[in-house]
Ligand binder design. Structure first.
Ligand SMILES: Cc1cc2nc3c(=O)[nH]c(=O)nc-3n(C[C@H](O)[C@H](O)[C@H](O)COP(=O)(O)OP(=O)(O)OC[C@H]3O[C@@H](n4cnc5c(N)ncnc54)[C@H](O)[C@@H]3O)c2cc1C
Length: 400
């Protein structure tokens, strides 16, 4: 075995063939066409993004030049294509297997922007945005969380929408909005001052009264640009309201699917942690032997891949329920909370297995380790998703 260095990233080149990390042959569950497409996507991500994205992560910059090729591979239109739910999930996992932030961009884009414009938008909104979104020529951001309302935002939302003669006035602040510094529009949720209903609006980011400021110095998800956004009496026309989003419950189905996307993200990032750890311990020698030969290291590796496969089993069944139209929020909450718990565990083991190198982002483990913290917190925190599962199995809600 030899070690080669490219782009500052160490790769071990194995002389003997090692089994692919997909030891349950997950990919065989797809149709031949989808298998071929997934392998094409994996190849592109591994060859052209995995190493290259590290520098963007270090600099807290977004790699805009990577988007057109992802668009060509169909990643901008998963939510409106006729691909299987399993393929959609496995694509998210492959993206997370190289970078969690990029997976966040692709997931938000499909589940929360493209899907909502397609299903909740007007004909005019679809005509204006869908084609550009499919190719990533345009991007949107999903503006729900507020400075004072995260977990309780549905009930506590303070951003207001006030009806005028020909439109609406939006006023309020949003926090943590992914892609908010460069999106063409924000899908903003605001409380109707008349009816108290929370409604959805498409707000162009270049309108007077809209200002976005990047949140810097994050410990994880450093590639995606999160923003604090102020909407200071922004004037909209009636045509800017999402006709299908006159009530917050209209977004439930898509919020459920986006939570499931994060479950896939957690599975993919576990595979990344495993890839990095296995590669490293096969190459690194201590006490005259590869680290991979020590029993404690072998146990860690075995538990990491087994947890990833257990995560996959859960996600596979959730995808089946999606395909059969039977999926519920409890399934999404279980997928997200369980996947993120296992990811935290595997990311910590990978970081530890790399010793000192495990704290340097160039070796990837540190990047996965800190990105895992965000997977734990966003799309409903670990605790809130656990409480949603608990509500379903006890019939008692502990948080409302
Ligand atoms: C990197 C990143 C990207 C994000 N992207 C977006 C985005 O694009 N769009 C968007 O709208 N939002 C986004 N978010 C916001 C995210 O969804 C919220 O951070 C999340 O919902 C938690 O809200 P909070 O941070 O205000 O924490 P809080 O709600 O203040 O929670 C703080 C802690 O208290 C716990 N807690 C709260 N209530 C309870 C309870 N009843 N019982 C037990 N524990 C409880 C939580 O679990 C957590 O541990 C993003 C966040 C991050 C960090």
């Amino acid at each position: 075995m030899t070690a080669v260095e490219s782009n500052g990233l160490i790769h071990n080149v194995h002389e003997a063939p090692f089994p692919d990390a997909d030891i349950l042959d997950v990919i065989s569950l797809l149709s031949p066409d989808e298998q071929e497409q997934l392998l094409k996507i994996r190849q592109h991500l591994q060859d052209n993004i995995r190493k290259q994205v590290i520098e963007y992560w270090n600099r807290e910059e977004f790699p805009f030049e990577m988007l057109p090729a992802l668009g060509d591979l169909g990643l901008g239109e998963l939510a409106v294509s006729d691909c299987s739910w399993l393929f959609r999930g496995l694509v998210y996992a492959e993206v997370a297997r190289v970078d969690v932030s990029l997976c966040a961009l692709v997931g938000i884009h499909n589940e929360l922007i493209l899907g909502m414009v397609d299903q909740l938008g007007s004909d005019a909104q679809r005509a204006q945005w869908l084609d550009k979104l499919r190719s990533f020529e345009a991007t949107g951001c999903f503006a729900m969380t507020e400075p004072d309302h995260g977990s309780d935002v549905a009930g506590g939302m303070e951003t207001t929408a006030t009806k005028t003669a020909n439109g609406w006035i939006i006023h309020g602040e949003k926090r943590w909005i992914g892609g908010g510094t460069f999106a063409d529009f924000a899908l903003v949720w605001a409380r109707d001052t008349d009816t108290e209903n929370v409604k959805g609006f498409l707000v162009r980011m270049d309108l007077p009264g809209v200002s976005a400021e990047k949140i810097s110095d994050k410990i994880g998800l450093r590639v995606i640009q999160n923003a604090d956004i102020v909407f200071d009496d922004v004037e909209l026309s009636d045509a800017d309201a999402l006709p299908g989003a006159a009530e917050f419950s209209a977004a439930n189905e898509m919020l459920r699917n986006s939570r499931i996307w994060v479950g896939w993200q957690a599975y993919g990032a576990q595979m990344h942690a495993f890839d990095v750890a296995r590669d490293y311990v096969l190459g690194r020698k201590q006490f005259g032997q590869p680290l991979a030969k020590f029993q404690l290291v072998q146990q860690d590796l075995a538990e990491m891949i087994s947890n990833a496969m257990a995560s996959f089993g859960l996600m596979h069944q959730v995808a089946r329920l999606q395909a059969e139209g039977r999926v519920q929020m409890v399934h999404a909450a279980m997928a997200k909370s369980t996947g993120s718990r296992m990811l935290r565990d595997s990311a910590a083991r990978a970081r530890n297995m790399l010793g000192g190198n495990g704290i340097v982002s160039t070796y990837e483990a540190a990047k996965i380790f800190t990105d895992a913290e965000i997977v734990h917190t966003y799309e409903g925190t670990y605790e809130i998703n656990s409480l949603i599962v608990a509500r379903a199995i006890t019939g008692m809600s502990s948080f409302v």
